[in-house]
Design a protein around this ligand. Structure first.
Ligand code: SF4
Length: 352
């Protein structure tokens, strides 16, 4: 028997056949913060009912948000971790009802001692679920650059704090390439509510208006020729995802990336845990805050694209395009007194 902490979008009655407990799911008010979940907290349901309710919630998220239309060919970003494993499994269960077909797309970032084992988990999943799997590698897509090479370039040695910034932008591009390769019409990723809340916190702490502006909602409709993306697990907490994987006995890879300890995200995660202890609804409150955040077009500086990052790497100026504003992009900074005038930087390569 496990606690159930669902936040749902319309009222429904759920009765557990084993415990005969009925749970009333309350709607979220349209323009106010969502109610905290304690009303459901003390109740319990069995594992089978929990999984059925979890799948029903994901189905509701996809249908209510019109995320995946019937006939869609959906590329699932598969990392081998718990989130993408749960996402792929739930969508496979729901695929006949949604009328969609699935393809697994995995990205090989080129991280020694980590990615090979994770990719092995993805291959096992693909075989078990009989889903087509395509692996795209940074080294093939980005002129030989792997994350290990980026780490050496950004820090001179070992693990750099900037690694995840590069990796996030490159992975987005790689997933797009992989999805197009398999003929997908839509991309889904396994981000859960905790991931999204951490991202919102990070963006606020960094003053990153560009990412804040595009961070809300359940996905993006596919601007600038990109494929539409969505996050069907965005309203599910990490606890729920872990429980679902546990009860469904899913085989996933759970080790942390070697560069993760240096990531700024770790601080946001720690802060979020403190906030959640004081206010249990903090995670979903942050997710919904981002949804409602509206920035004027003039306040949205463009986020760096993969091309700009690669341009910086290839020119030996890896911090190019990951700072704030054009001046802050150049790690060398403006010339100091007595320093000879530098040659003007070439025009920035347009982002993908
Ligand atoms: Fe990439 Fe950072 Fe994730 Fe490692 S932790 S896979 S470097 S984003």
């Amino acid at each position: 028997m496990v606690p159930l902490f669902f936040q749902v979008l319309k009222p429904r009655l759920w009765t557990c056949p084993e415990s005969s407990i009925s749970l009333i799911h309350r709607p979220l008010p349209a323009k106010r913060a969502p109610p905290p979940p304690p009303a459901l907290g003390p109740r319990a349901v069995c594992g089978a009912c929990f999984c059925a309710a979890f799948e029903a919630e994901v189905l509701h998220t996809v249908v209510a948000g019109r995320l995946l239309p019937p006939g869609a060919v959906v590329a699932v970003g598969a990392s081998g971790g718990k989130d993408s494993t749960v996402l792929a499994h739930v969508l496979q269960v729901l695929a006949p009802r949604l009328g969609i077909s699935l393809r697994l797309v995995a990205v090989d970032e080129g991280i020694g001692g980590y990615r090979d084992a994770a990719l092995a988990a993805v291959r096992r999943q693909a075989a078990r679920w009989e889903l087509p799997l395509t692996v795209v590698a940074y080294a093939d897509l980005f002129g030989g650059w792997t994350m290990d090479a980026v780490a050496r370039s950004t820090a001179g040695s070992g693990r750099s704090r900037a690694c995840c910034t590069f990796c996030g932008v490159l992975r987005r591009r790689a997933l797009e390439e992989g999805a197009r390769l398999v003929g997908a019409t839509h991309i889904v990723t396994g981000h859960n509510a905790d991931d999204m809340a951490e991202t919102v916190l990070m963006n606020f702490l960094r003053g990153d208006a560009a990412r804040l502006a595009r961070g809300g909602g359940l996905g993006s409709p596919g601007e600038g020729g990109a494929l539409p993306r969505c996050r069907p697990l965005q309203l599910a907490s990490q606890k729920e995802v872990v429980l679902y994987a546990h009860f469904r006995r899913l085989d996933y890879f759970s080790e942390e990336c070697v560069y993760a300890p240096e990531a700024f995200r770790g601080h946001a995660r720690h802060l979020l845990k403190l906030l959640e202890a004081a206010r249990p609804s903090a995670v979903l409150d942050l997710v919904h805050s981002a949804e409602r955040l509206a920035l004027a077009p003039a306040a949205r500086p463009p986020a760096p694209g993969a091309c700009a990052l690669l341009d910086g790497l290839n020119r030996g100026r890896p911090r190019l395009a990951i700072g704030k504003g054009r001046r802050g992009l150049d790690e060398a900074g403006p010339p100091r007194d007595g320093e000879p005038e530098r040659a003007p930087a070439p025009e920035a390569v347009p982002a993908f």
